[in-house]
Design a protein around this ligand. Sequence first.
Ligand code: SF4
Length: 207
Amino acid sequence: MYEKTVLRVSHTEENTDLLGPYRRFVIWVHGCCFDCEGCLAPNTRYGAYDEVSITALAERIVQSGCEGITVSGGEPFLQADALAALIGAVRMERDVGVIVYSGFTIEEIRSREDFLPLLGCADILIDGRYVRQLDDGRAYIGSSNQRLHYLTGRYREAGAAYYACPTRRAEIKLTADRAVLIGVPSENVLRVWQAIKKKSGGISDDF
Ligand code: SF4
C-alpha cells in the first residue's frame, strides 16, 4: 500500500508526557517548508538527521509501551506517506493514539491529497505556523493562532484536562554528550536554555 520505507528523523523521545496526554513516543521529523520567526525547533530544520527504517522504528514504538505517538518537527506533512506507513505498521500491533503538530492549517492540509493519509491517522491535530507576536504562553501550543482539532473522540476527555494546564512545561535533558530541550518552554526556561546553548559549544539541541 505504501512505498516509503524510511523516515528522516531529527530526534525521538520515549515515555514523555510533555507533548500530549499519557506517556508518548515523540518523533521530531527533519525538514520544514516554513520559516517562522523565533522557530522553537531550528535543529529540525538545520541540524543533523537520520534516515530511519520505518519497520525498525515501528518496532521500537510497539516495544516502548507508550499510549501514543506525537509527531512534531520540522513539518510532518512533508513526509506524510512515510508517517502514515509508520503509524499503520504500529497499529497492526497495538492500538496507539496519534497527535500531530503541523505548520500547515487544517484547511491547507485538506486541500492536499498527498497529505490526507497522515491526517486520516491523527486523533489530534495542532495546526498553523508559529507567530512570535501571538505567543500567549499557552501550555503545549506556541501561539494563539494555532488551533487544537480533535479529529476523533480518543482524547476528548483526557485532552480537556491536559490542554487546560495553566503553565508551560518543558524539560532540559542532559545525556552523556548532549543537552536537549523538549516541549514548549516558558520565557524563563527559554532564557536559561539560551544561556546553556551559548556556553555549550554546540552540543545542545532544541526540540
Ligand atoms: S513550522 Fe515549526 S519547525 Fe517549521 S519554521 Fe515554523 S516553528 Fe519552525
